[in-house]
Design a protein around this ligand. Structure first.
Ligand SMILES: N[C@@H](CCC(=O)N[C@@H](CS)C(=O)NCC(=O)O)C(=O)O
Length: 209
């Protein structure tokens, strides 16, 4: 069968997570660089969002569906626990990150710097300031979640961790979220430990210096 393709931009947190999942599962894959709403992406995602996946006749959008496919279509170590409770906990954390943490920490805070939408391209201060209190509370919740074992689910690296790591990577580099993260010792240690995994370093986006 043709090589699996993940389509999107490498700096996208969701694209990066899908690529980490491929690496963890030892699935050969290729990144096809394309922008949101480009014809290549809009042919698969009804709202033009990245990532999308092509593999032979299979076409998928939405990161959770893509994770599921990567995890179930190939041999290799399970990315989500097959035990019902642990598997549900992984789903729970993916959902919490995607529905609560991504909207504040990525869409509101990080994009306030990256795509500020200001006339002169300067950071969108009202948008950034408006995210800070909620971001701080969310990082405290995550710190508690990883405090006991160093993972989100039990004591193993799962899709829940894969889905969160790209977000923490970016937060660690930004002026307000960096110190906030450093104030959460368990979460900081979690990031430092997992960011060195071969699957993560092999797919890490190249950022401007
Ligand atoms: N629910 C989608 C969200 C994907 C998403 O928001 N991707 C962003 C890049 S990180 C995107 O394509 N944004 C463009 C847009 O929303 O128009 C998923 O889980 O894949």
């Amino acid at each position: 069968m043709a090589e699996l393709e993940i389509i999107g931009r490498p700096i996208s947190t969701y694209v990066w997570a899908a690529r980490i999942a491929c690496e963890e599962k030892c699935v050969p894959h290729k990144l096809v660089v394309a922008a949101a709403h480009s014809p290549e992406i809009s042919a698969i995602h009804p709202f033009g969002k990245m990532p999308v996946l092509r593999h032979g006749d299979v076409r998928l959008c939405e990161s959770r569906a893509i994770y599921f496919y990567i995890d179930h279509a190939f041999d290799g170590p399970p990315l989500a626990p097959r035990d019902a409770v642990a598997g549900a906990l992984a789903e729970q954390w993916i959902s919490l990150v995607n529905t609560s943490i991504d909207p504040v920490c990525v869409r509101q805070y990080l994009l306030g710097y990256i795509f500020p939408g200001t006339p002169d391209g300067s950071p969108n201060r009202p948008q950034i300031e408006g995210s800070l209190a909620r971001m701080e509370a969310q990082l405290t919740i995550l710190d508690k979640a990883v405090a006991k074992t160093g993972y989100l689910v039990n004591a193993s690296f799962t899709l829940a961790d894969i889905n969160l790591l790209p977000i923490l990577f970016y937060l660690a580099r930004m002026p307000e979220s960096g110190p906030m993260l450093a104030n959460n010792p368990h979460l900081s240690a979690y990031l430092q430990r997992h960011i060195t995994r071969p699957s993560v370093t092999a797919t890490m986006p190249k950022l401007p210096a």
